[in-house]
Design a protein around this ligand. Sequence first.
Ligand SMILES: Nc1ncnc2c1ncn2[C@@H]1O[C@H](COP(=O)(O)OP(=O)(O)OP(=O)(O)O)[C@@H](O)[C@H]1O
Ligand SMILES: [Mg+2]
Length: 270
Amino acid sequence: MLLQVKEVTHTYGETRLQWRSSKRAPVLSGVSLALEEGECLGLLGTSGAGKSTLGKVILGLEKPQAGQIVFQGHDLYQSDRATRRSLRRDLQVVFQDCYSSVNPRATAEQIIGEPLENYERLSVQEQKRTIGGLLERVGLKPDDMLKYPNQFSGGQLQRINIARAIALKPKLIVLDESVSSLDMVNQTHILSLLSELRADFGLSYVFITHDIKAAYSISDKLAVMEHGQVVEMCDDKDQVFASTHQAVKKLLAAMLPEHPRYRSRSLGSI
Ligand SMILES: Nc1ncnc2c1ncn2[C@@H]1O[C@H](COP(=O)(O)OP(=O)(O)OP(=O)(O)O)[C@@H](O)[C@H]1O
Ligand SMILES: [Mg+2]
């Protein structure tokens, strides 16, 4: 098992001691999931459900008040510094807003080079070659490494973010609404790029979105969150059509009008 999320509970801005006596509803409560190597989990739910928070907890960026993240057999928040650093190398992220997740004054070469400089000691020439190769792998040109973020379109910049995320050949990438701000054509292109990369590198994804259509197209498994809890876990994504949960039905209803293909399979359950 690559990743295990075990009974994770979290409330922002409270220490562990305060939390026990707190009346505030937790942002995550008792969340458990598991992901095998090479799998893609679609994490669905309406705004405020706690998806991004869970993403941050999985990435090691937000320590939960209770519960565990076990990644590659190690407890992410209890490991020593060296282990944690090597686990973090295998955990990468791509956020929705591609413009604000990069430094506007850095070139594509510097943006993609950052994780390499943190973890690998390559010669200047080797690093340039690696970055050129990564740019080609995500459908851009090696010469693009000299450009700045404002010289790229949203879709191109998201490819730069993906190139940065795969630079260290990680095991797991958390994609938080990574295609949500793109138009339909670009969404489709990026989703197929992500699928190719997954196959090539044996990557696993946690694909966070409120868009069930995008999640269904890329994922093997689907989890639906509501009010900080996983209310539906579909180990086979097609089980989602048989869900009786109100939150899942709402997500499906939003997808149905534009997708006659899905209508016949799910009529029985709606
Ligand atoms: N840094 C923070 N400090 C305090 N509260 C936060 C913080 N980040 C998120 N929250 C709160 O936690 C709850 C869950 O937020 P989260 O961003 O995880 O939801 P989400 O499912 O990703 O929503 P969206 O679909 O809108 O991105 C919300 O009520 C939000 O206001
Ligand atoms: Mg979010």
